[in-house]
Design a protein around this ligand. Structure first.
Ligand SMILES: Cc1cc2nc3c(=O)[nH]c(=O)nc-3n(C[C@H](O)[C@H](O)[C@H](O)COP(=O)(O)OP(=O)(O)OC[C@H]3O[C@@H](n4cnc5c(N)ncnc54)[C@H](O)[C@@H]3O)c2cc1C
Ligand SMILES: O=C(O)[C@@H]1CCCCN1
Length: 393
């Protein structure tokens, strides 16, 4: 049994299910407020089966949607606070370049939020873009806008730091302990592979497993769980696309799904470039071989690299895997269960939730303690989905 566990059937203030970045930050905020909190994780930590593992994630102010752009100032502050508390560096500033046609509405919305939030950056014409970033060829005459505040978060290290911070505030983290049953009530009863616990509120942050826990609670959210290929591409001249050469992160606004990249850093000589989509996959069978008709994501990336990034070898050198849990509008779900109001759901982070985890965790903590959330929650409500199945309870 973990050192900090309470006896069988102990009563906690809050139980958080899932120790990915969102559950870990939620638990950290709860413990910082002195709430007795239990964080349960099905796999031994660290693990690479969900969405929060790996070396790197982009952090940026450049968002087309105002509701995310306005959370970023606080998110940067909370990341900085965690770095100071943990005594580790989690963020490296690299800047980010958004590439698109100047008529692209998403590109224009990004430019507007950057101006509105006074984010330092520059606009690039097709010509000035190529002059400033000779490694990029704007193949279809794209223009660019940069966000100088953007950079890379060290994902694995961040996850460890927040879990460590949670424990230092007195929180109990049980890994290798799967939640198998949830009984709603004024006091929620949670059964796991090792015991039974009770809490006044429950937060479900189970990533791609969210619907597996929600279905027995009469709720199926319209999530698509996707397996994403995390591809690294070799530089023809080592370091040419590296952080030390001031190469930025980039986000190319391509149809139907964006392509994004991070400068070479974690694996020297290799640049991370991925497609912002993947094939449908159950997280329990993530690596089951694809059907012949599977998404041609690698070919799409090879084609992009040949056209736009001539200094890279257009063959992936390393391929890793990670899960997205997408909502139809790619906005998160941060809400109470429609029937069981002391059960809070944080899910559907749609491939862009890591940078916002400090604020997401704060909002889920506020919902679970019954406080008014610090931001307008409308974009994240469950009732935005029209055809929810009627709760079977
Ligand atoms: C390839 C890739 C690139 C990305 N790039 C970026 C980026 O650049 N910037 C950015 O901001 N975001 C990015 N994201 C998105 C970000 O990583 C995710 O939004 C975030 O990690 C989601 O975290 P989570 O805690 O919701 O899910 P997870 O990390 O999956 O955590 C859920 C946890 O719940 C546990 N769990 C599930 N069921 C149970 C159960 N029954 N009992 C106990 N535990 C359970 C799981 O084991 C898991 O550990 C990217 C994601 C991927 C996959
Ligand atoms: O959240 C981000 O910044 C990136 C953008 C591109 C897709 C993956 N996530």
């Amino acid at each position: 049994m973990p050192a900090q566990s309470k006896p069988y059937s102990s009563l906690y203030d809050t139980i958080v299910v899932g120790a990915g970045i969102q559950g870990s930050f939620t638990a950290y905020h709860l413990a910082q407020r002195g709430r007795e909190t239990l964080l349960l994780e099905q796999f031994p930590l660290p693990h690479s089966r969900g969405s929060s593992h790996g070396q790197s994630r982009i952090i940026r102010h450049a968002y087309p949607q105002e509701h995310y752009a306005q959370m970023m100032a606080e998110s940067y502050r909370l990341w900085e606070q965690l770095e100071a508390e943990a005594g580790v560096s989690l963020y490296r500033q690299t800047g980010l370049l958004v590439l698109g046609a100047n008529t692209n509405p998403e590109f224009q919305r990004c430019c507007r939020t950057l101006v509105k939030h006074d984010v330092p950056g520059e606009l690039f014409t097709t010509e000035s873009l190529h002059r400033r970033f000779p490694g990029i060829r704007p193949y279809h005459g794209e223009v660019g806008v940069s966000d100088h505040t953007a950079g890379v978060l060290s994902a694995d290290r961040a996850l460890w730091a927040v879990q460590d911070g949670f424990r230092r505030c007195g929180g109990a983290l049980h890994d290798g302990e799967k939640v198998t049953d949830i009984k709603p009530g004024v006091v929620v009863t949670v059964t796991t592979s090792r015991g039974v616990y009770q809490a006044k509120s429950l937060v479900i942050t189970a990533g791609p497993w969210a619907n597996k826990l929600l279905a027995p609670l009469g709720l199926l959210l319209p999530f698509q769980t996707l397996r994403i290929k995390v591809c690294y591409w070799k530089e023809k001249v080592p370091g040419a696309y590296g952080v030390s050469a001031n190469f930025p992160c980039f986000l190319a606004l391509c149809a139907p799904h964006h392509i994004y990249g991070l400068p070479s850093n974690e694996y020297p000589g290799l640049v991370k470039i991925c497609y912002h989509s993947g094939r449908l996959a159950d997280p329990e069978e993530r690596d089951r071989p694809a059907e012949a008709s599977a998404l041609p994501d690698i070919q799409i990336l090879q084609d992009f690299i040949s056209k736009y990034l001539p200094g890279l070898v257009p063959e992936p050198a390393v391929v890793e895997h990670c899960m997205y849990t997408n909502t139809p509008d790619e906005d998160f779900v941060l809400d109470r269960h429609p029937k069981f109001r002391n059960i809070i759901i944080g899910a559907g982070f749609s491939g862009h939730g890591f940078k916002l985890a400090p604020v997401v965790g704060k909002l889920l903590c506020q919902l679970s303690v019954g406080e008014e959330p610090s931001y307008a929650m409308e974009p994240f409500r469950i009732h935005r989905f029209p055809a929810l199945p009627a709760p079977a309870l």
